[in-house]
Every structure is written in structure tokens, then in C-alpha cells.
Design a protein around this ligand. Structure first.
Ligand code: DX5
Ligand code: ZN
Length: 214
């Protein structure tokens, strides 16, 4: 069964504690937290303090998606704040093995993400290091955008490579996921599903999460 990770980017931030309890009751598997620095993406969000605050009120695994230019500076702090997974972007200048080393000083998993226009080739040399391969299905930076269909072959390719070389990574998708687009992503190979707007704007979180499980 696929795992569902609501993205709190679309939650009511002034009621974050009750929003988190609501998605827990609704059956969420993981909490996805988007960190943006205004450089790597044209938007700003949260820091380690918010992650720590969420850690203090929830037992769900925290999936931290770093859309930041200098992840090497911040991985330690997000790990200390309570991250269970830290995902960095392959497009940053710091080499992936270096980011892997920093992350694995902590007992947490390591994710690598690629933007819709980044080919899978850019990370094939590092696939053994990756616990979660996040294939962005929108251009990162904002919730509520439309799913980009041209990312589907990359999801399928990631699945093929995993089978061929016995890699262990989960295939995560993020952006524009709803009850229709999730079917395309899952049939291509996605195993971990992020959804922001679709869940938090739904009015019935349980029903929305169930509909994503197919
Ligand atoms: C976008 C973020 C996503 C975002 C998804 O850059 O990485 O996690 O919250 O939002 P939806 O599901 O609304 O596209
Ligand atoms: Zn995200």
C-alpha cells in the first residue's frame, strides 16, 4: 500500500496543532514539511524551530523537503529538530555524497529530489545512497499547482532501475497530486505520495487520504 504524506504547506498555519491532529486521525502515514529559502525557490517557509514544534506534538515520521541552496549548512539543525528523513535537491552545487555523509551522521534516512526538468541521469551514480527518491511533479516553490504529466516516464524509469540493480529507495512524488493524478503516479511506480492542497482544502481529510490510496 502506498504511504500518504500530507504537506503542511497547505494547512491553516494558525491552527497547525489541530490540523496535525486531524491528519493523524485521518490516517496520514508521514508529515511532509517544505523548507524554502527564497533562493533555490522563489518562496520562503519554515526553519528548524517549526520542525521541532511539530516533533513535540506528533509521533508521525517527519519528511523534511529542503528546497534550499545550501543544505550542507542546515542538515544538522533539521536532524536535531527531529527529522526522520531529510531530502536535498540534486540541483544544488554541493555533491550528493557529501550531503549523504552529513545526513548519515544521524540515524535518519536520506532523500534526493529532482525538479521536473532535471533528468534522472544526474543522480544515477548515487542511487545506492538514496533512501527516498523524490520526483517533483510540479516546479517546486508553491502548493496548488497542476501535475506535470511529462514527469511520469522518470517515475517509471526510477522503478525500472530499482528493480534492475536492487536499489532500496522509495519513489516519492510531490506536487499536483489528487485522486486522478495519483493513479498515474502510482501506476508508473510511486510508493510515497505527498499531497497539500488536495487534502487540506478538501473539508474531509479522511476521505481525501483514502481516495489517494486508490
Ligand atoms: C512544492 C512543495 C509541495 C507542495 C505540494 O514545492 O514541495 O510539497 O506542498 O502541494 P500540492 O499538493 O498542493 O501541489
Ligand atoms: Zn515538498
Amino acid at each position: 500500500m502506498v504511504k500518504i504524506a500530507p504537506s503542511i504547506l497547505s494547512a491553516d498555519i494558525l491552527r497547525l496543532e489541530s490540523e496535525i491532529s486531524a491528519i493523524e486521525r485521518a490516517g496520514a502515514d508521514i508529515i511532509h514539511i517544505d523548507i524554502m529559502d527564497g533562493h533555490f525557490v522563489p518562496n520562503l517557509t519554515y526553519g528548524p524551530k517549526l520542525v521541532k514544534a511539530v516533533r513535540d506534538i506528533s509521533k508521525l515520521p517527519l519528511d523534511i523537503h529542503l528546497m534550499i541552496e545550501n543544505p550542507q549548512v542546515f542538515i544538522d539543525r533539521f536532524a536535531a529538530a527531529g527529522a526522520d528523513n531529510i531530502t536535498v535537491h540534486a540541483e544544488v552545487t554541493v555533491p550528493i555524497p557529501q550531503l549523504y555523509e552529513i545526513t548519515k551522521k544521524f540515524d535518519i534516512s536520506f532523500g534526493v529530489s529532482i525538479k521536473p526538468d532535471t533528468p534522472l541521469d544526474t543522480i544515477t551514480d548515487y542511487m545506492e545512497l538514496i533512501d527516498i527518491l523524490l520526483i517533483m511533479t510540479v516546479h517546486p516553490g508553491f502548493g496548488g499547482q497542476e501535475f506535470i504529466d511529462s514527469t511520469l516516464p522518470k517515475i517509471a524509469e526510477a522503478r525500472e532501475l530499482r528493480a534492475k540493480y536492487s536499489y532500496a529507495y522509495e519513489i516519492e512524488v510531490d506536487g499536483g497530486i489528487n485522486a486522478t493524478t495519483v493513479k498515474k503516479a502510482v501506476s508508473s511506480g510511486a510508493t510515497l505520495i505527498v499531497a497539500g492542497n488536495y487534502i487540506f482544502k478538501s473539508g474531509d481529510y479522511k476521505k481525501a487520504i483514502e481516495s489517494l490510496r486508490g
